[in-house]
Design a protein around this ligand. Structure first.
Ligand code: IMP
Ligand code: MG
Length: 477
C-alpha cells in the first residue's frame, strides 16, 4: 500500500482514537507535526485530555495545546479550534510552561468560537459527574460536560465574547441563573478571567476562515483528535461518554473542515490490550466489575505498588519503578484476571495523565475496533504492544457471547455490553520488541494477531508503535 507515499501525497491527516482514549494520540500528533504538517489543529474537548509526548527521553503532557506547538519556531501553525472548550486559566498555565522552555508563540491561533469553561462549570461537574461513588459517570471534573451543555443550549460564553466586556457581563448574567448553587459572582468571574483572556488576546482569530485559507493554499494540515470514538457523545457508550463528538466527523467539524477533506484518517488502537478510565461498560475488562469498582476507588499508583510489593522511588513528584520487575510480570501471568489486569496496568504505566486515576485494563476488543473503523475509516495505528513483553499469552476479543448466541457486532447499549461475554482468540506472548524497526522483525504471534484484526475489522494496520519515542515506530510498506 505504501503508507509513506500516501502520507507524502496527503493534504490532510487526522490522528484520532478508536477506543476509549489514551491510545497515544500525543505521540502521533508529534510524529506527523514534526515530520510532515504545516498546521496542527485540535477540534474537540478541553483539558480533560492528557496527550503525552516523549522526545529524547523527556516526557511532556499537553492538555489543551496541540503537540505541534513544539514546532512553532519552525513556522508551523498551531490551532485550538472552534469545537474545543477552553479553560482560560489552564491555557495560561500551559502557555507559561511553554514560554519557560523558550516558546514565543509566533504561529499560535485560538478560535474566537471555542467556548469557555467557566468556574461554575467546573464546580457543577465536580459535584454531579466526577464521583462514581456518588452516582456520577466518572468525568474528569474539568467542567467539560456543563460547558458543552451551555453551548448546545445557546447560552454559552465564547472566547470571542471576551472581546466586548459589556456583552460578556450581560451573557454571564443570563447563564448564571442556570447554576443556582454556584457561589460564583459575575464581577469576580470577570476580574479573574479578564487577565487570562488578555494573555491570549493576540492569538484569537476566526480560525475557520484561517483553516480554509491554509487548505486552499495547499498547506499540510494535521488534525489532532482528543478522547476516543467509544467516548464520543454521538457514537460512544452513552451516557458514559464525554460531551463532544471525538470521531473523525466531530474532529473535522471542530476545526472547520469536512471529514471528506481528510485524506488519511488514522484511528489509533491500543493492542493487544486496551484501557478505559471512568465508569461505563467495558466487555473485555480483566476482573470485570470488580476492577471497575476498584479503579473508581480513588486509588493511586503508589497504593498499587505498595499493595503488590513492587519497589519504587519518588523524585520531583513523579513515581519511578521498573515496569519489567519480576513481580509485575508474575502478575501479568496470574490465573486471577483481576490481578492480571493490575499487572498490565503497572507494566504499561496506565494511570491517567490528567487525573492520575488507574485506568481499567482488558484485552483488545476487535468487535469494538470494527465498529470504530465503520465510522473513522479502515486505517489503523497500533500502539503499546511493547508494554506487555513477558506476558506468556495474550488474547483478542473476536465476538460477544450473549443470550442470542455469538455476536460480532458492537452495540452502544449498556445492558448488552455488560452482559456480553467476550469470545477470545489466544496467542503466544513475546519478549521485548522496542528495538524492532521493520514489520517482519515483529514476533510471529503478534503478526498473526494483527492479520486476524485486519481480517475481522476489514481494516488495515498502517503503523505499529513499539515505544514512546518518535523513532520507535514501524511504518508498513
Ligand atoms: P469528561 O470528558 O471529563 O466529561 O469525562 C467523561 C468521560 O470521558 C469519563 O469517563 C472520563 O474518564 C472520560 N475521558 C475524558 N477525557 C478523557 C481522556 O482524555 N482520556 C480518557 N478518558 C477520558
Ligand atoms: Mg490521554
Amino acid at each position: 500500500m505504501g503508507i509513506e507515499k500516501l502520507v507524502k501525497d496527503a493534504k490532510v491527516i487526522a490522528v484520532i482514537c478508536n477506543q476509549y482514549g489514551d491510545t497515544g494520540k500525543g505521540k502521533f500528533s508529534d510524529y506527523f507535526a514534526s515530520s510532515w504538517a504545516d498546521v496542527t489543529a485540535r477540534g474537540t474537548g478541553g483539558n480533560n485530555a492528557g496527550h503525552t509526548v516523549k522526545v529524547n527521553g523527556v516526557e511532556k503532557i499537553f492538555h489543551l495545546i496541540p503537540a505541534g506547538i513544539s514546532h512553532d519556531s519552525d513556522g508551523k501553525t498551531t490551532i485550538l479550534g472552534n469545537g474545543m472548550v477552553i479553560d482560560l486559566k489552564v491555557l495560561n498555565h500551559e502557555l507559561d510552561e511553554l514560554e519557560r522552555e523558550g516558546n514565543t508563540f509566533d504561529n499560535l491561533m485560538i478560535s474566537q468560537d471555542a467556548h469557555v469553561i467557566m468556574p461554575y462549570h467546573v464546580s457543577f461537574d465536580k459535584a454531579k459527574n466526577q464521583s462514581q461513588k456518588c452516582g456520577g459517570i466518572g468525568s474528569t471534573g474539568r467542567g467539560i460536560g456543563p460547558a458543552y451543555t451551555d453551548k448546545i443550549a445557546r447560552r454559552g460564553i465564547t472566547v470571542g465574547d471576551f472581546l466586548d466586556k459589556d456583552r460578556l457581563a450581560k451573557k454571564i448574567d443570563k447563564v448564571i441563573e442556570f447554576y443556582p448553587n454556584s457561589t460564583a459572582v459575575k464581577e469576580e468571574i470577570i476580574e479573574i478571567l479578564g487577565p487570562y483572556f488578555e494573555r491570549i488576546r493576540p492569538f484569537v482569530r476566526d480560525t475557520v476562515t484561517e483553516m480554509h485559507k491554509f487548505y486552499r493554499n495547499g498547506k499540510k494540515i494535521l488534525l489532532e483528535g482528543a478522547q476516543g470514538l467509544l467516548l464520543s457523545v454521538e457514537y460512544g457508550t452513552h451516557p458514559y461518554v464525554t460531551s463532544s463528538d471525538c470521531s473523525l466527523n466531530g474532529t473535522s467539524t471542530g476545526v472547520g473542515l469536512s471529514a471528506k477533506m481528510v485524506d488519511l484518517p488514522f484511528g489509533i488502537v491500543k493492542f493487544p490490550f486496551m484501557t478505559r478510565v471512568g465508569g461505563g461498560p467495558f466487555p473485555t475488562e480483566l476482573g470485570g466489575e470488580r476492577s471497575e469498582k476498584y479503579c473508581a476507588d480513588e486509588r493511586t499508583k503508589i497504593d498499587e505498588l505498595k499493595e503488590y510489593g513492587i519497589k519504587y522511588s519518588t523524585k520531583n513528584g513523579g513515581v519511578q519503578y521498573d515496569t519489567r520487575a519480576p513481580g509485575i510480570i508474575n502478575m501479568m501471568n496470574s490465573d486471577d484476571e483481576f490481578v492480571q489486569g493490575i499487572g498490565i496496568r503497572l507494566a504499561a504505566g496506565e494511570y491517567g495523565a490528567t487525573t492520575g486515576r488507574p485506568r481499567r485494563t482488558g484485552w483488545t476488543d476487535a468487535v469494538a475496533a470494527k465498529y470504530a473503523a465503520g465510522i473513522n475509516g479502515p486505517l489503523m495505528i497500533l500502539t503499546k504492544a511493547d508494554s506487555i513483553a513477558g506476558a506468556k499469552k495474550f488474547k483478542i476479543c473476536h465476538g460477544y457471547l450473549g443470550e442470542g448466541g455469538i455476536s460480532t457486532e458492537f452495540s452502544r447499549d449498556e445492558k448488552f455490553l455488560r452482559r456480553a461475554r467476550p469470545v477470545y482468540s489466544e496467542y503466544q506472548g513475546y519478549g521485548e520488541i522496542s528495538d524492532a524497526r521493520s514489520y517482519s522483525s515483529l514476533p510471529t504471534s503478534l503478526r498473526i494477531a494483527i492479520k486476524d484484526l485486519e481480517a475481522f475489522t476489514e481494516g488495515r494496520v498502517a503503523i505499529v508503535s513499539v515505544g514512546a519515542e518518535r523513532d520507535e515506530t514501524i511504518v508498513r510498506d
